[in-house]
Design a protein around this ligand. Structure first.
Ligand SMILES: Cc1cc2nc3c(=O)[nH]c(=O)nc-3n(C[C@H](O)[C@H](O)[C@H](O)COP(=O)(O)OP(=O)(O)OC[C@H]3O[C@@H](n4cnc5c(N)ncnc54)[C@H](O)[C@@H]3O)c2cc1C
Length: 486
């Protein structure tokens, strides 16, 4: 039996964040990970001499007021990253290409050229203002969502007039926001917004509130980064930090059940024996956390669980291909004329290695790509013929001149089943809990798990999706634990 002050289950970005922040406070942390490498959906793995990203490929959050910057400032960890000149390009159904410039003015000009002059400027300026507000507020309200009177007191201390002004946006959907600017009749723009929201907020404009949606749409207007060798090199420096602070990463350690007793928590694992700790952080999805606790300990949490029909998984391809002329833009969203066979996705997302990063292939002149798209309702949507989906994706990439079939040196693909195996996430759902209008920000899953010494973070708890969301959830879990007990 091993003992730690705190055990963190899951070494994705949420678990890593909370583990490092607790280690920084002097606690002895055990980070328990079922996989053979850390990072979960933010990682990279070697296959046939190439390094493929596991899930996430785009990286924001290193600007001031953003979660990763906070984590880096608190720990002093250094991340070697490259800032991208152009965060992304988008190919519309009709073949037109849009450059998502970081500079707001340049982006508005581009949007006006493609979608027409009508109200584009006003729409994007207002979205950007909301996004600035959200980023500046999120780290000031580290006890959000409030579940105790003391959280409200803390919120009140940090509240300002602006927060009241912007709160109304939690009640307005992005669809109504577009309607306000008379942009709903612009079908090309509506399609663009819906597909962009799907990759950032995991849902379409009817279901995404303006606070979240405007911030999600503007993520290309903040600095975007690339990490050489894949996002495992974002994760590893934090693991090194944890170990320097006397913490331990236990790989291949799958937690199978948790018992609460008067001294804290007893954790049972599949092969690696038992662990004992005073505090616990579950950094795995709430769907996976619930069955670990016996005797109905988490009755209240059960009510907030979303099922497969409300969630997504991903179809993902890794492709290595000969490429003598790599493009300077590495991220591309490609909208499809007809939804992808079997999968149903209306767009695919292509990410290439940075042209100057030669570490992802043993041979020179090779580009390494990840292509992903959403699979709705993963429990009931089994992909029977994945080779057909691969073929369709490659055909599309060929038609846009990204690659030629005969230059492909290696390819493979994964579905919900593979995600279930890699992350153990229930029925292989990934990308976090999507935004839904009936769930207001303050009704999202709280970090306090059992109202005692167990907490939860990750992309199924506030504030939700992506690396910035998972990182912020880890920061909030530690803040709540610290204020409640330390
Ligand atoms: C295809 C794809 C593309 C994406 N693209 C982007 C992007 O471009 N940018 C972006 O910011 N975000 C992106 N995301 C979202 C982002 O990757 C995730 O939201 C984020 O990484 C989730 O982090 P997490 O810590 O909440 O969960 P996870 O990364 O899932 O981490 C949970 C960890 O817990 C481990 N675990 C599970 N059960 C147990 C158990 N019982 N015992 C021990 N360990 C366990 C898992 O192995 C895993 O390592 C993408 C996701 C996917 C799938």
């Amino acid at each position: 039996m091993k003992e730690f002050d705190v055990c963190v289950i899951g070494s994705g970005m949420a678990g890593i964040t909370s583990a490092c922040l607790l280690a920084q406070k002097g606690m002895r942390v055990g980070l328990l990970e079922q996989n053979w490498i850390p990072g979960g959906c933010t990682s990279a793995y070697p296959r046939k001499g190439y390094i493929f990203e596991t899930g996430a490929t785009t990286l924001v959050g290193l600007d001031p007021h953003m979660p990763l910057k906070y984590l880096i400032d608190q720990t002093g960890v250094k991340i070697k990253s490259r800032k991208l000149e152009i965060p992304m390009s988008v190919y519309l159904k009709d073949g037109r290409k849009i450059i998502r410039h970081q500079n707001l003015e340049a982006w508005i000009k581009e949007a006006e050229q493609i979608f027409g002059n009508k109200n584009q400027r006003k729409f994007w300026e207002d979205c950007f203002k909301v996004s600035q507000f959200v980023w500046e507020t999120s780290l000031k309200q580290k006890m959000f969502p409030p579940s105790r009177f003391s959280d409200l007191l803390h919120a009140a201390k940090n509240v300002n007039l602006q927060q009241f002004q912007f709160a109304k946006y939690a009640f307005i959907s992005m669809k109504d926001f577009l309607s306000k600017y008379e942009l709903l009749e612009n079908q090309t723009f509506v399609d663009f917004i819906n597909e962009q929201l799907l990759i950032t907020a995991q849902n379409h404009m009817e279901e995404v509130n303006v606070l979240f949606g405007a911030t999600a749409l503007c993520y290309t207007n903040y600095s975007n980064y690339y990490v050489d060798g894949g996002l495992i090199n974002l994760v590893n420096p934090f693991i090194d930090y944890l170990q320097e602070k006397n913490g331990e990463l236990q790989l291949r350690t799958e937690v199978t059940s948790i018992e609460k007793n008067e001294n804290g928590y007893q954790i049972y694992t599949k092969k690696e024996g038992e662990y004992r700790c005073k505090y616990l952080i579950s950094a795995i999805p709430i769907n996976n956390t619930l069955p670990l606790f016996k005797n109905g300990t988490l009755k209240k949490v059960k009510e907030k669980i979303l099922g497969s029909k409300s969630l997504n998984s991903a179809f993902q391809m890794g492709i290595a291909f000969k490429n003598s002329n790599p493009a300077p833009i590495i991220h591309h969203q490609i909208h499809l004329e007809t939804p992808l066979n079997q999968v149903g996705a209306k767009s695919i997302f292509l990410s290439l290695n940075h042209p100057e990063d030669t570490s992802r292939s043993q041979e020179s002149g090779i580009s390494v790509a990840s292509v992903s798209c959403h699979i709705a309702d993963p429990e009931n949507n089994y992909i029977h013929h994945k080779e057909k989906v691969e073929k369709e994706i490659i055909h599309k990439l060929e038609s846009l001149d990204f690659l030629q079939k005969e230059n492909i040196v290696y390819q493979h693909s994964s579905t919900a089943k593979s995600w279930q195996k890699w992350t153990k996430r229930a029925f292989g759902f990934v990308g976090g809990y999507p935004q839904y209008m009936h769930i207001k920000p303050w009704q999202m899953n709280d970090a306090r798990l059992d109202q005692d010494k167990a907490y939860i973070c990750g992309d199924t708890t506030y504030p939700g999706q992506g690396i910035p969301g998972a990182t912020l959830s880890g920061i909030i879990a530690v803040e709540k634990l610290t204020r409640d007990h330390l």
